[in-house]
Design a protein around this ligand. Structure first.
Ligand code: ZN
Length: 189
């Protein structure tokens, strides 16, 4: 599937379609947070060759998020590779937010943060809604992990909200912008 040209829209640098991601091996933790925010995000099996990782991104129409500059040397890479240039996890979160104007409250807790499967409401079939006095609010049909409301989930929501403060305020980027179809470079503040 060919990547459609990114149409710029008012208030967003993100493609109109919901972006999908492939986080390279070094950024697995990063991928977890994208899944918490509800984005379809996968990671390669350990040891997968760069070329195969890139091919998966192309076949699947995903942004390949990496800190590995060498990935950019492959053919077609510039269209699919989103190279994080800032140092440190926190700065990387901010960089991605800024470059895609990513909405971290896109669909929180709609995907399993472990395996990317869309979550289902309620406990696992046949289970009670209570586990250790905690109420299960959804479960993963893929890896059978259950999610319950509690301080952990509240903390995660808080973190997503904090990431969203890095988004741009609404602003207009004209359709004729020379940036059209090209990811803006990240300029650290
Ligand atoms: Zn799962």
């Amino acid at each position: 599937m060919a990547r459609t040209k990114t149409p710029w829209i008012e208030g967003a640098l993100c493609p109109l379609e919901t972006p999908r991601f492939l986080c390279d091996e070094m950024l697995r933790g990063f991928g977890e947070w994208l899944r918490v925010a509800g984005y379809d995000t996968i990671s390669p099996n350990s040891g997968t060759r760069d070329r195969d990782v890139l091919e998966t991104a192309i076949d699947d129409n995903r942004w390949l998020i990496t800190r590995d500059r060498e990935l950019l040397l492959h053919r077609n890479a510039p269209q699919y590779v989103l190279l994080l240039e800032s140092n440190g996890m926190e700065s990387n979160f901010r960089e991605l937010t800024r470059r895609l104007n990513l909405d971290w409250l896109h669909a929180p807790f709609s995907r399993c943060k472990r395996c990317n499967t869309p979550l289902q409401p309620g406990p696992l079939p046949g289970d009670t809604p209570e586990i250790n006095d905690k109420r299960v609010f959804c479960h993963c049909p893929g890896c059978k992990h259950v999610y319950w409301e509690g301080s952990h989930v509240r903390r995660m929501r808080g973190k997503l909200l904090r990431f969203n403060r890095w988004r741009y305020p609404r602003r207009f980027l004209p359709a004729t912008s020379p940036l059209n179809g090209v990811l803006p470079r990240y300029l650290p503040e």
